[in-house]
Ligand binder design. Structure first.
Ligand SMILES: Nc1ncnc2c1ncn2[C@@H]1O[C@H](COP(=O)(O)OP(=O)(O)OP(=O)(O)O)[C@@H](O)[C@H]1O
Ligand SMILES: [Mg+2]
Length: 272
């Protein structure tokens, strides 16, 4: 019989902890993009808020370690603490939304996280296995842009993680979204679909829709990669203001057209 090192035992314990934590979580979605600034956090926060408002036990995990925005978008001043069992206790926001973000562990608000790959990957795995998520219907993960360590870490850690790609219609975002779809192909993961954000501008005076970029570009990309176009969300002043104020529009104005589009998307994801 071969000898087992302490390192092997520790690895095995971590693997079991991760499997146990993930086993208590229902549907898991990764909100990702090729290009930065296309609206991942806005979507992730509003989607998680909509699911929570629909009575789903929902967790929101921010894996944008270098630029965490979830706490700001939710208006959370969230120092995260360890519970009696040593597990990280997620911050609570709104009706039943549990939130874990690196922002809650920083000693001061503007602290920079200066970590390379292995440390980032270890931190993300610990956020999954050592946070007290308990039983959840949904876990929404907000990724940084691109195809680096952070999305790779969660895709490797979670077998049933379903990627949602966000883009806007301008050429540079579409080009990078195509690369991100190829990343998923290389990782042998099927995208759930594409979300075209800032697809058109809703004029606050007349209520009419104005195309800013090529409104067909996201649909063409979706067709090219064989993923459904799940939603086309407008660039909406109310949604932007709500983010600035740290209260997602779906909670502030659930009857707003933007909130209704998010609720429609939440319903689609419930049925997947
Ligand atoms: N549909 C929208 N309507 C109005 N404003 C929006 C919309 N989507 C995003 N924004 C605004 O655009 C800015 C960037 O959005 P957000 O932070 O969600 O992008 P991101 O993809 O998460 O960025 P990063 O790649 O840096 O993580 C924010 O100020 C946000 O409020
Ligand atoms: Mg973001």
């Amino acid at each position: 019989m071969g000898t087992v090192s302490f390192l092997d035992l520790e690895k095995e314990r971590r693997r079991k902890d991760l499997a146990a934590a993930l086993g208590r979580i229902g549907k898991k979605f990764l909100v990702m993009s090729g290009k930065g600034g296309v609206g991942k956090t806005t979507l992730a926060v509003n989607l998680a808020a909509a699911l929570a408002a629909r009575g789903r036990r929902t967790g929101l995990l921010d894996i944008d370690l270098h630029g965490p925005s979830v706490a700001g978008a939710l208006g959370l001043a969230c120092p995260l603490a360890a519970g009696a069992d040593g597990k990280l206790v997620p911050a609570e926001s709104g009706p039943g939304l549990k939130v874990v973000t690196i922002q809650g562990l920083l000693p001061n608000h503007d602290e920079a996280v200066i970590w390379r790959g292995p440390k980032k990957i270890a931190a993300i795995r610990r956020f999954l296995s050592e946070a007290a998520w308990e039983d959840l219907d949904f876990l929404i993960i907000d990724a940084p842009p691109g195809t680096g360590d952070e999305p790779m870490a969660v895709l490797e850690a979670i077998d049933d993680l379903r990627p949602l790609m966000v883009t806007s219609g301008h050429k540079l975002a579409i080009n990078d979204a195509a690369k991100a779809f190829n990343f998923l192909k290389a990782m042998r993961r099927r995208p759930v679909g594409l979300i075209d954000n800032q697809s058109y501008f809703v004029c606050p005076r007349c209520g009419g829709g104005v195309d800013i970029y090529n409104r067909e570009a996201a649909r063409e990309l979706a067709g090219r990669v064989g993923a459904p176009l799940l939603a086309s969300l407008p660039l909406d002043l109310e949604a932007a203001r709500a983010a600035e104020e740290g209260r997602p529009l779906v909670w502030r104005r659930p009857d707003h057209p933007f909130s209704l589009l998010i609720a429609e998307l939440a319903e689609k994801l419930e049925q997947l």
